[in-house]
Design a protein around this ligand. Structure first.
Ligand SMILES: [Zn+2]
Length: 722
């Protein structure tokens, strides 16, 4: 645990800091200007006024209030947090409404896992999540551990251990001649999205799935467990949705349309026909409860890298231990409350800059997601102070507090589906979810925004001293061994290592797992996500509460202040920029790197020249060159900016494929999608790469053509401006 002194700076100090910090890698570093602005001095002054406002003490108060009770989506406590956020938005002067949607989600009624053989072997539980010295688990509103979107059902069978439940893990079981058909598959959390574990087990004919948290991944093997340290205690369980969000996110009954309360049932698809709903029962356990199941597996020793940190050799089974799962879920259409706060743009009210964070939590959600909500509220506080001084944004700014993210990115997806036509002109979506769990800054975004994010962090002071950018450089130098955050290590991180073609701090690629999905992958709105992370082993458990946060996350709330400043500055700069600050040259370079990697994979799969990458490589080069040319115009802008900005804005959307990806039309982006077999992690140029995964040369050929056309479209949009 590190403690950092407060860095509440007055505006004067900040101005000094700003002028010294805007340097280095910024495109206009020589002139000290801020990329995209004609009057850097005026912008600097506005930003300094904003940066002086976000307050650690107020962030602490927000977090304490938001996390005083468990507030799962659709509960009265969730509605109470919506009202709190709405009031803060109104206090800041935002035009605010609470928007309702009706979505199909489950609460658990009865969940049990029992050992039925061999005789005399018993479960240690299921045990209530509990540690001495933390009273949060005593609240009767704490929902019992369960998986969102898991079906009701009973299953009784021998158990097979399948490590993380990846495709490779199931291949290994096949090699060991272990048949998982009709068995209950026991997997550990980590490496991929939990819904993917369920999806793959279902594909392989399993009867049920149990997911547990191994101490190797986020328990005592990593460090002291809570409350002595930040890692998962014995009884801690990771809840979480297992909906197939890589098919489409949002309400499972309304892909592509908004689940308004007025939507007639006839317009919805029946939940049992929804591609998003898993078919076999799945439920989570703590390692305390999984212990006797694992311990009594016989059969071959598991491959050595499958061994977790429990003190016996892990075997793969099947059996002789048998388990009976009994799940009774209460599925209903339940109400979500998104809070939407607007500031109308003075010049371009039809261009919406959207910045959002979800508010609903599995339990208390101190880190996930309310560390983001508290930071967002302080960003809104700062914008409110600017408003009072007479400032108005040029473009419309929208702050959004999403609901139902945990069940399946529902609040954001339904809202964005409702406003699809308006969002066609949106310059950007900025996301925060697990905003603060420690001191290490990281971000992921579409390539056109990577430099923008680096530039924003050059203007924000770090609690460690210097700027956030400088602190980021120290830990995330290209090639440094510390670029993997603890969350990535346990597979729950939303950021994935980037294919970074620039020698600068790496900004990751967007996969899925948070609310940017609909904006980036369905609507083509350039998006980003960010977090300040540290050792965090209580994800989605009752222990992700205010006491944990105060002890381990951010004791003096200075990283909350940092994130509020960065989040607010992203939105402010984008809303006020004279020239939209995208970098399409970096985008082109990244796509070229993806193609290079895919070309090598294609060769190893199908042999030399089986697939022709020439046309697509030329298209990527064309796109990159167009990006280089327009970057010169952005740095030296003409008097009339409207057409330049329009071309810049339309480029990302030109990368959408109208018919969508094969088998999952909701995902329309030609460059990024969540992987069907990775879930959180991005699959880049997904049409091509997933065809290669399947060994389908014909589909790969067809997808290369689709990709070529998308890149040519984007290049032409950029070139359309001369
Ligand atoms: Zn979250």
């Amino acid at each position: 645990m590190k403690l950092f002194s407060s860095v509440l700076l007055c505006s004067a100090t900040l101005l000094v800091l700003l002028s010294s910090s805007v340097s280095g890698h910024a495109p206009d570093s020589a002139s000290g200007a801020i990329f995209g602005f004609r009057d850097a001095a005026a912008e600097n002054a506005t930003e300094a006024r904003f940066l002086a406002v976000p307050d650690p003490k107020l962030a602490e108060e927000h977090l304490r209030t938001l996390t005083q009770a468990p507030h799962m989506a659709g509960t009265p406590e969730d509605e109470a947090t919506a009202k709190y956020v709405a009031q803060k938005f109104r206090d800041a002067g935002l035009d605010t409404e609470i928007v309702e949607y009706k979505v199909w989600i489950n609460y658990p009624l009865e969940i049990s896992v029992d050992i039925t053989a061999p005789e005399g072997v018993e479960m240690h539980g299921p045990t209530r999540e509990h540690v001495d010295g933390d009273a949060y688990d005593e609240d009767p509103r704490v929902v019992m551990p369960f998986n969102g979107m898991s079906p009701s059902g009973d299953a009784e069978a021998e158990v097979v251990y399948a490590n993380y439940g990846t495709p490779e893990d199931f291949e290994k079981l096949e090699k060991l001649k272990i048949d998982v058909r009709g068995k209950i598959v026991l997997v550990r959390y980590g490496q991929n999205f939990r819904g993917v574990k369920e999806f793959i087990a279902q594909e392989h004919g399993a009867a049920g799935v149990i997911i547990y948290s191994d101490p190797y991944d986020d328990g005592w093997r990593r460090g002291d467990k809570y409350p002595a340290g930040p890692w998962r205690p014995d009884t801690g369980v990771q809840r979480g949705s297992v909906g197939y969000m890589f098919e489409f996110p949002g309400d499972p009954t309304t892909p592509g349309i908004a689940s308004l309360p007025s939507l007639p049932e006839s317009k919805r698809i029946s939940p049992d026909k929804s591609a998003q709903m898993p078919k076999i029962p799945i439920t989570p356990l703590s390692y305390h409860d999984a212990w006797p199941i694992l311990q009594h597996l016989a059969g071959p020793d598991s491959p050595r890298e499958w061994q977790g940190a429990l003190p016996f050799t892990y075997h793969v089974g099947p059996g002789p231990v048998r388990v009976k799962m009994h799940l009774k879920q209460d599925y209903q259409f339940r109400t979500l409350w998104d809070v939407i706060g607007r500031l109308r743009g003075s010049d371009s009210p039809g261009e919406w800059v959207v910045a959002g964070n979800h508010r609903d939590a599995w339990v208390y959600g101190a880190v996930d997601p309310n560390s983001g909500t508290a930071a967002m509220l302080e960003a809104v506080h700062g914008v409110g102070e600017l408003l009072k001084s007479g400032w108005k944004p040029k473009r419309t700014m929208i702050f959004a507090s999403w609901d139902g993210e945990e069940e399946g990115l529902m609040g954001s997806t339904e809202w964005a589906e409702q406003y699809e036509s308006e969002l066609a002109n949106a310059p950007a979506y900025f996301n925060m979810d697990v905003a603060v769990s420690g001191p290490k800054f990281g971000a992921s975004s579409v390539p056109s925004l990577k430099q923008f994010i680096r530039d924003v962090t050059k203007a924000v002071p770090s609690p460690k001293g210097g700027t956030v950018y400088e602190a980021w450089q120290k830990v995330d130098q290209p090639g440094s061994s510390s670029t993997q955050s603890p969350n990535e290590a346990i597979g729950d991180g939303r950021r994935m290592p980037a294919v970074t073609v620039k020698s600068d701090v790496p900004v990751g690629d967007l996969g899925s797992g948070s609310d940017y999905s609909v904006f980036q992958q369905h609507l083509g709105v350039p998006s980003s996500d960010m977090s300040s992370s540290g050792p965090y082993g209580v994800y989605h458990s009752v222990f992700d509460n205010f006491a944990w946060f105060k002890k381990f996350g951010d004791p003096d709330f200075t990283y909350e202040q940092e994130m509020a400043r960065i989040f607010g500055l992203e939105a402010l700069r984008m809303a006020d920029a004279d020239v939209l600050p995208y970098d399409y040259e970096e985008y082109g370079k990244e796509v070229a790197a993806y193609l290079d990697a895919a070309g090598k994979r294609a060769e190893s799969k199908f042999g030399n020249h089986a697939l022709d990458f020439n046309a697509v490589t030329l298209a990527a080069k064309h796109f990159q060159d167009a990006g280089t040319k327009i970057l010169a115009k952005q740095r030296n802008p003409p008097r009339d900016l409207a057409r330049l900005n329009q071309a810049l804005r339309n480029t990302e959307r030109a990368l959408l494929v109208p018919e969508g990806l094969p088998h999952r039309p909701w995902f329309r982006h030609a460059i990024y999608a969540p992987g069907e077999y990775t879930g959180y992690a991005a699959v880049v140029i997904p049409g091509v790469n997933e065809a290669l995964d399947k060994g389908d040369a014909e589909r790969a050929r067809q997808q290369l053509t689709v990709l070529t056309a998308a890149l040519e479209r984007a290049a032409k949009v950029l070139e359309g401006y001369r």
